[in-house]
Design a protein around this ligand. Sequence first.
Ligand SMILES: Nc1ncnc2c1ncn2[C@@H]1O[C@H](COP(=O)(O)OP(=O)(O)OP(=O)(O)O)[C@@H](O)[C@H]1O
Ligand SMILES: [Mg+2]
Length: 325
Amino acid sequence: MNDQNTILRVEDLRVRFRTRRGDVRAVDGVNLELNRGEILGLVGESGCGKSVTAQAVMRLIGDGRGEEVSGRVELDGEDLLQKSEKEMTKLRGRRISMIFQDPMTSLNPVYTVGNQIAEVPLLHEKVTRRDAYARAVGMLETVGIPSPKERARRFPHEFSGGMRQRSVIAMSLCCKPEVLIADEPTTALDVTIQAQILDLLQDLRRDFGTAIILITHDLGVVAEVCDRVAIMYAGGIVEQAPAGELFRKPRHPYTQGLLASLPKIGDRGILKAIEGRPPDLMNLPEGCRFAPRCPHAFGKCSEYPPLERVAEEHDAACWLEKKHE
Ligand SMILES: Nc1ncnc2c1ncn2[C@@H]1O[C@H](COP(=O)(O)OP(=O)(O)OP(=O)(O)O)[C@@H](O)[C@H]1O
Ligand SMILES: [Mg+2]
């Protein structure tokens, strides 16, 4: 993977929340690379730090009291963690955008959808209000909203859930950002609409060249749309690989457990859940964080395993890889 191909590089990202009960290490050593124009799936159990990672990358956390963020988040070589809030305001929506699980988080109920989308180019580009509004209507059409001109005059509550999410996607892509982070964009939608939104994201990636981080806990979604996958466990990335390779040859016992818990066609429907629970983020073990649940754990696992190359474009953080060397 050469540098020119990488649009977003996250290095040793750490986020701590100071609470009365102690420090929560929500993200603890995340390393990620997103290539231009690719869709990277970020997968892991609830609470493993996916949303906090996304919010830290967007600099939506880190400036508040009790929040501590460290590491590097390079967008095309520039460290976003070093930018001022003013510089970030110029970047967000123009070069890097985020969509949230619940579209109402991003939509303001008191403005029409057309006017809200038009605000994005008005903020970032030298355009007239009329041109910005025309762009908004064009984007609504691009994301597949029927009668976009008429719809643009409506308010968010007059839209269905799927149409709201399409509107949010229109808003986030209006200025053609290089990177889009989609945090569980389809979880709140029913299955048919989910599939349509995933298709839409793929089309937009193709047409706009936007690189996408797709956060999900659904490996079925990953198999369908992602080029590469990063598996997250207790605040860190434990494995990353091209999607096909990861499904064929998962290296980390956690990934193997996730895949084994997937129902397969022809199965009698017996799911093998991974036994045990993720560690307490206030009290992370020194060594491998998965070791307490791992069927293969051995002595070396009391040390922290770094994420290392195990095959072409395939990284894993597991001492088993070294056991037989
Ligand atoms: N402001 C905060 N203060 C303290 N702890 C927090 C705060 N925000 C998040 N956390 C904790 O950080 C951890 C990671 O949360 P995060 O929302 O990133 O999980 P997630 O992987 O997105 O989970 P899900 O799949 O449920 O969305 C959780 O244990 C959460 O309770
Ligand atoms: Mg989340």
